[in-house]
Design a protein around this ligand. Structure first.
Ligand SMILES: Cc1cc2nc3c(=O)[nH]c(=O)nc-3n(C[C@H](O)[C@H](O)[C@H](O)COP(=O)(O)OP(=O)(O)OC[C@H]3O[C@@H](n4cnc5c(N)ncnc54)[C@H](O)[C@@H]3O)c2cc1C
Length: 428
């Protein structure tokens, strides 16, 4: 059986961050990274917009300010981002403050989906040069913690330390793993919302601030703004047995691609379930299935003009002089999102939209499209046994799947922090 000092499952930013940090301190470590996909690497592939301002992307349940800032500085020093300029922020901030909205000033870089591919290639090559081994198209199935054996769909592997970083797409896998290993976890927070698509003309702030982050009342916020060559996309969840549902997302290409004049961003409301404690995943899945039911198996899109009049959208809401741009994800079903989004969530989002339209007039143009559902699962956070995200002796769970991050930079920071745990224990 092959044996490694460290096996890392998942080649997203969490896994890569851990690998680099380990090899910097322990160049002789024998490290293997596996990924079930044939191409590296998780979320770096999508848009690759990186935030370098605390606490963006850092779940406060796992990070205090001093630790988060310390790691963020190290992530920045490693990735050497090229920051985007911002203009006229004071004007927008003053408008926002007057109506009880906060505009965060976030240091951001943006590579675009194609730029992300290049970064992944570069990082993978650098890790190989440093001596790390990669195995793509190999899926972790289970682990036997006592004998420190990892079982994949291809073989059995002996490890000293195991880092599991399967990302958001690995929620169900991680949940099953925690149940098998008797690791307690919490799964009670979820973000539900819509993705807005409009023209740059109707949301001109993006030429001043690439991804403006507004915080509205009722735990509602803008999230993941894309512009210039921006597209709405869908991600599939579920399985054959229980049926599939879709969550909307968005990305943009780098400046090398021709612009399409569109902007998309999410407005999300955070929902924390308390008494009786229900699973955030189950709740999200039910909402996802409901949207799929009413959308005929596809996500739903509705023009703001129709929503305001209390009417569903039809195919002809997507033509005509008022509805003057085509959706970038035309496979969605024109319909009525208010039939499937919980009233409290819809009210918070609609209120946020109105406030946003006061700060950036134009975004509520009748042609603006709302796509539903956009669901972010941030759950399945295990009970860690140390501050380095160890869940059982020698096993670390990190990244978006384990709830230690909500973005590329914090995922990378999580990887570094787990690596430090392994290094510390290897000194003893
Ligand atoms: C469309 C989209 C756009 C996004 N845009 C941004 C953005 O612009 N900025 C930002 O900060 N964040 C963005 N995110 C979020 C960001 O991608 C995540 O926060 C980040 O990638 C999390 O890193 P991770 O390493 O935890 O997981 P991931 O990056 O998801 O990587 C997990 C990896 O583990 C692999 N894996 C899963 N299960 C197994 C298994 N059992 N065996 C082997 N391998 C497995 C997966 O194939 C995957 O490659 C976006 C996400 C999406 C989906």
């Amino acid at each position: 059986m092959e044996s490694y000092d460290v096996v890392i499952v998942g080649t997203g930013p969490a896994g890569l961050g851990a690998a680099f940090e380990l090899l910097e301190s322990r160049p002789s470590f024998n490290i293997l990274l596996i990924d079930k996909q044939r191409v590296s690497s998780g979320g770096l592939r999508n848009d690759c917009k990186m935030n370098f301002t605390w606490p963006i992307g850092f779940p406060l349940e796992c990070w205090d300010e001093a630790t988060g800032k310390h790691y963020l500085e190290r992530v920045e020093a490693f990735l050497e981002p090229h920051f985007m300029e911002k203009r006229n922020i004071e004007i927008y901030r003053k408008r926002a403050e007057k109506i009880g909205v906060q505009l965060l000033d976030v240091r951001q870089s943006h590579l675009g989906t194609d730029g992300g591919f290049k970064l992944i290639k570069d990082l993978t090559a650098r890790l190989k040069e440093l001596g790390a081994a990669f195995s793509f198209g190999e899926e972790m199935l289970r682990v036997e913690p006592r004998s420190r054996v990892l079982i994949t769909d291809k073989r059995e592997l002996q490890y000293d330390s195991l880092i599991v970083a399967p990302g958001r797409g690995g929620f169900a896998f991680l949940q099953r793993l925690m149940e098998e290993l008797g690791i307690k976890y919490r799964d009670n927070v979820v973000d539900i919302g819509v993705r807005i698509e409009t023209t740059e003309e109707h949301y001109p702030i993006v030429s001043d601030y690439y991804d403006p982050k507004f915080l509205f009342p009722k735990k509602t916020r803008t999230f993941c703004t894309n512009s210039r060559a921006a597209y709405v996309v869908q991600e599939r969840y579920g399985d054959e047995k229980q049926g599939y549902w879709y969550s909307i997302n968005g990305h943009a290409w780098s400046h090398e691609r021709p612009p399409n004049g569109l902007v998309n961003f999410a407005i999300l409301k955070t929902i924390t379930l308390t008494q009786p404690l229900a699973s955030g995943q189950d709740y999200a899945q039910m909402l996802g299935h409901l949207a799929a039911l009413l959308g005929g198996g596809r996500p739903i899109m509705q023009r703001i003009g129709d929503f305001r009049l209390g009417k569903r959208s039809f195919a002809n809401s997507f033509t005509g002089d008022l509805y003057n741009f085509n959706p970038s994800l035309p496979s969605c079903t024109p319909g009525d999102i208010s039939l499937c989004i919980p009233a409290k969530t819809m009210r918070a989002i609609w209120n946020a939209m109105k406030l946003l339209d006061t700060i950036v007039p134009g975004v509520m143009h009748p042609s603006t499209i709302m796509y539903y559902p956009e669901i972010k699962l941030y759950a399945n956070r295990p009970v860690f046994i140390d501050e380095n995200f160890q869940v059982l002796p020698g096993i670390y769970f990190i990244g978006d799947g384990a709830g230690t991050s909500r973005g590329i930079t914090s995922a990378w920071a999580s990887g570094m922090r787990a690596a430090h745990g392994i290094i510390r224990l290897s000194n003893n």
